[in-house]
Structures are given as structure tokens and as C-alpha cells.
Design a protein around this ligand. Structure first.
Ligand code: TYC
Length: 113
């Protein structure tokens, strides 16, 4: 028997089940990664301030902002939006700066989805 490296043609999965020609080609247009922006709970930032932040920087209406604020308050954190890296980074910086300027300890972070 001639010695040669194994090729995909040698890999037969079972009768009539050679899948070597049926694998999906990798998509050519890869989507850029998305980033979750999250707010963290703390014991000191006023609820109304958090609602205002969500309206101002995340374009939520008052009811949506109030709901998310309450989720953070009860669960410790919540995702407030999903964005490209650059937009997520900007939102985090805007929220952190706004909270710092108002002397609230509110924390905002981002994480790859
Ligand atoms: N826990 C805060 C309070 O009781 C309210 C709060 C909600 C703070 C959400 C931060 O991301 C936050 N005043």
C-alpha cells in the first residue's frame, strides 16, 4: 500500500454518507463583533438619575428606562444595549463621565457578546 497523507476523500462516515463535499463554506462577509453595554447596581445612585441616563444616552422612553433601571436595582445588572465596539465604548465613557460629574458611583461596562 502506497504511503501518502490522509485526505478528506479517505474520511467516509458510513454507507452513502461521505460529507466531505457537503460542508457549508465559511461566509465571506464576516459581521463585526457586537458588545453588550451594562449598567451595574449600587446603593447610592438615585433611581431618577439612572432613568435619566437611560433616556439621555440610550434613547429609551420613560417607561422602558424605568423598567431597565428596576431590573438593575433588583438583579444587580442589566444589558441596556448592544453596539459596535466604537459605539459601546463611547456610551460607556459618556455614562461614566456624566455619573462622575454628578458625583454618583454609577458604573457602566461593556462585554463582547
Ligand atoms: N439601587 C439604587 C437605589 O436604590 C438605584 C440604582 C439602580 C442604582 C440602577 C444604580 O444602575 C443602577 N437608589
Amino acid at each position: 500500500m502506497p504511503h501518502r497523507p490522509l485526505s478528506m476523500a479517505d474520511k467516509i462516515d458510513g454507507p452513502g454518507q461521505d460529507t466531505s463535499l457537503l460542508t457549508k463554506p465559511k461566509s465571506k462577509t464576516e459581521r463585526p463583533p457586537l458588545y453588550k453595554v451594562m449598567l451595574l447596581n449600587d446603593d447610592y445612585t438615585p433611581m431618577e438619575f439612572v432613568v435619566h441616563v437611560l433616556e439621555r444616552f440610550f434613547g429609551l422612553n420613560h417607561a422602558q428606562a424605568f423598567d431597565i433601571m428596576l431590573t438593575v436595582h433588583k438583579k444587580g445588572l442589566a444589558v441596556v444595549g448592544v453596539f459596535s465596539f466604537e459605539v459601546a465604548e463611547t456610551k460607556v465613557a459618556q455614562v461614566m463621565d456624566f455619573a462622575r460629574r454628578h458625583q454618583h458611583p454609577l458604573q457602566c461596562t461593556m462585554e463582547k457578546e
